[in-house]
Design a protein around this ligand. Structure first.
Ligand SMILES: *Cc1c(COP(=O)(O)O)cnc(C)c1O
Length: 482
């Protein structure tokens, strides 16, 4: 039987599914007797309302940005505007097939091309590729570009420098690409130790991977000096732009001297994180690296867009198809709905919120660096640890107040670290309520650390053995009483 694509689409539009011309044969007659079960499977009998109640009850135990404040430092759990979901669900985006001929998906290609241009403008890069499927994937793509560049120069550079406060994906991506990772120390102000950098950079260095503002929310104000040290050695500068919330619309990695950038649309550009599901980590490069970008490239010829599948100097394909278009549509919506002025306001509000919250909390918790911060800030729970409750206890107690805990025990350079990112979409009332909860917890630790150590008190489950849960995954379905 042949089903024409046009016919099935027309059928759906009219809410009418044409009957299939298949003769009715009992299924048992189609299956060889030897392959048929002797007894029917013991499947549970459940009433539909019970099934619905079960899953609704589970969903209510789930925590997300639509349920409460989620100040996960570096990971940016910002509000996902609902209009983006509606646009991404339009049939012209949702129903296209990756093998559809380019002339039938001109709108999608135009949107992707425009997103590439917008990201290039925002980051000060010559070109972007939207192919990578996550931040870490963008890093891998970027490191492959850097490797291709050095190989094209005839230089087999094997080392990549990574600061000690870097996100764990940085050394992992460099190592996956075959580089040897060398750690660079931070200085007491939380920036790169330039002397250590000078000692470690040499003619075997392929790149320095840097996050700026770094993972403590601190801007590397000697970035131009860092760039010249790296470039003088013939190495490239890689920008981990997973989180651009501190500088959006105000400063560009390209102007700071970076050669390669990746951004996480699920951090800065409000697309859902999706439980590890489809993501996007677009990678951008300066003019001298454009030829190495992954394939396919979206090419504009006048008013027509097409996909270029081959290029001699490209690092090639990273995915079966063109990237996770659904999330990129959401990111495009966010970019276009805001426009230049509003995008600039995002970083202003994000930085204001972070500094406001930091001021409210700095009396009760240690602040490791006496500097104004960008979009996020670190606190140390060292004082509370000495009084009998750790940072983990504080995180668990926050659950009782209806808040998701911040990022904890990372970056590693801060003892008993809590990394808090309030994001621009939160109200002053929410920030005040969170600060009040944190201050109450600090007071509880002062008078009764055992109480905080036993938290959470209101959650359906108490302390989990997280290490065991991760190592011994239990993914079996089990019938009650079975
Ligand atoms: C989240 C993050 C990454 C990794 O992004 P994924 O999409 O989770 O792979 C890399 N660097 C920094 C600074 C991040 O915050």
């Amino acid at each position: 039987m042949k089903l024409s694509f046009e016919k099935s689409v027309a059928g759906r539009r009219g809410n009418f599914v044409p009957p299939l011309a298949v003769p009715a044969v009992p299924l048992d007659e189609l299956l060889p007797a030897a392959l048929q079960r002797a007894t029917p499977a013991a499947l549970p009998e459940l009433a539909e309302p019970e099934v619905v109640r079960h899953f609704v009850a589970l969903s209510r135990r789930n925590f997300g940005v639509d349920v409460g404040f989620y100040p996960l430092g570096s990971c940016t759990m910002k509000f996902n505007p609902k209009i983006n979901e509606r646009v991404a669900a339009l049939p012209g985006f949702l129903d296209v097939h990756p093998l559809a001929p380019a002339e039938t998906v001109q709108g999608v290609l135009q949107l992707l091309h425009e997103t590439e241009r917008l990201l290039s403008t925002i980051c000060g890069m010559a070109a972007f590729s939207l192919v990578p499927a996550a931040g870490a994937h963008g890093e891998l793509a970027g490191m492959m570009v850097i490797q291709a560049h050095h190989r094209a120069q005839g230089a087999g550079r094997r080392k990549v420098l990574v600061p000690d406060g870097a996100h764990g994906t940085n050394p992992a991506s460099a190592a996956l690409c075959g580089f040897e990772v060398v750690e660079v120390a931070s200085n007491p102000a939380g920036g790169v130790d330039l002397d250590d950098l000078r000692r470690k950079v040499d003619t075997a260095t392929a790149a320095l991977m840097l996050t700026n503002p770094n993972t403590l929310g601190l801007f590397e104000d000697r970035i131009l000096e860092v760039a010249s040290i790296v470039h003088e050695a013939g190495a490239l500068l890689y920008y981990d732009g997973a989180n651009l919330n501190g500088i959006l619309g105000r400063a560009r990695p390209g102007d700071m001297g970076f050669d390669v950038v990746h951004v996480n649309v699920h951090k800065t550009f409000s697309t859902p994180h999706g439980g590890g599901g489809p993501g996007a980590g677009p990678v951008g490069v300066a003019a001298h690296l454009v030829d190495h970008l992954p394939l396919p490239r979206i090419v504009r010829d006048g008013d027509v867009f097409r996909l270029e599948g081959t290029a001699p100097r490209s690092i090639g394909k990273l995915l079966a198809f063109h990237g996770n278009i659904g999330v990129l549509v959401r990111a495009w919506c966010y970019l276009r709905a805001h426009g230049p002025e509003q995008l600039r306001a995002i970083s202003g509000d994000a930085v204001l919120n972070a500094n406001y919250l930091r001021e409210l909390l700095r009396g009760a918790f240690e602040v490791p660096y006496e500097r104004r911060v960008m979009h996020e800030f670190a606190l140390s729970g060292r004082r509370q640890k000495a009084a009998g409750s750790s940072t983990l206890d504080i995180a668990k107690r926050l659950i009782d107040f209806g808040f998701h805990p911040p990022t904890i025990y990372w970056p590693l350079v801060v003892e008993e670290c809590m990394l808090i990112e309030p994001v621009e979409t939160e109200t002053k009332e929410t920030l005040d309520a969170f600060a009040a909860a944190m201050l109450q917890i600090a007071e509880e630790i002062r008078v009764n650390p055992e109480f905080v150590h036993a938290a959470p008190h209101t959650a359906p489950v108490k302390r989990l053995d997280e290490v065991r849960a991760a190592r011994q995954l239990d993914l079996r379905w089990r019938a009650t009483g079975g």
